[in-house]
Design a protein around this ligand. Sequence first.
Ligand code: PAF
Length: 284
Amino acid sequence: MIVASTPSALTAHLAALRTRSATVSFVPTMGNLHAGHLALMQQARQHAEIVVASIFVNPMQFAANEDLATYPRTMEADLAALREAGVDIVFTPDVTDIYPGGSALHTAIHVPVLGDSLCGRDRPGHFDGVCTVVCKLFHMVEPDIAVFGEKDLQQLLIIKQMVSDLGLPVDVQSGATQRAEDGLALSSRNQYLSDAERALAPLLWQTLQDCAQALTAPATSEAERVLKPARDALQHAGFAIDYLELRTLSTLDAVDHVTEDCALFIAARLGRTRLIDNIQILAP
Ligand code: PAF
């Protein structure tokens, strides 16, 4: 496995490996890799001769009050895991490689509508930072395929929209959310949870499943009649709810019934840890 720590090294190594017929798959990450990331690497491998991963904690997607400084950085373990997963090239740029003049002054890519609700509403600027770095990484790696996890479903929808709007020649694929045995979606931020919070956290996935079942039952009532008591129960259990909502996958509009493909999206805080999850509900 090659570790390319600068854009010019990445370009040189890619040029040496890439043949006319070789397909390149790309999985961008912020490191601190877990089984969810490694499943994306496996998926990337299924479709391509060359698999490229990146590790870059992107300052542009963190607000001033967020956890950029403390975000877990585990480069040696990550490189070992990627080597084991059979990744060909890992790109590990510095902040100055991506944002030579600093991220605050950098051109930003904003995907309207999809990027303005849910986490976009609660974390202003977050998705602009994600889109900007992903677009820059796409230009550097020039992948045929890029794989993103469904755990960050809003991010996945936004990136697909950006790729379509900007005509980027990348096939964006999604990888299923990987979960702990008790249902908690794997996330680098789970390690912020105390033991007591970790024991409580699977309630999010349980709640999503219960709500999805209620919303797809034959005589289903409107979404709020299911979601309001679910929010109250989570709050009572100790969560601070940012949102629990039924939204369409096409526009992320809030809806009362599943008349088109939808998802239930949740973001909730346990202590200082913000957890997100979702469950897709396809139209009958
Ligand atoms: O999902 C993530 O880890 C990040 O948002 C991404 C896509 C690597 C961009 O920094």
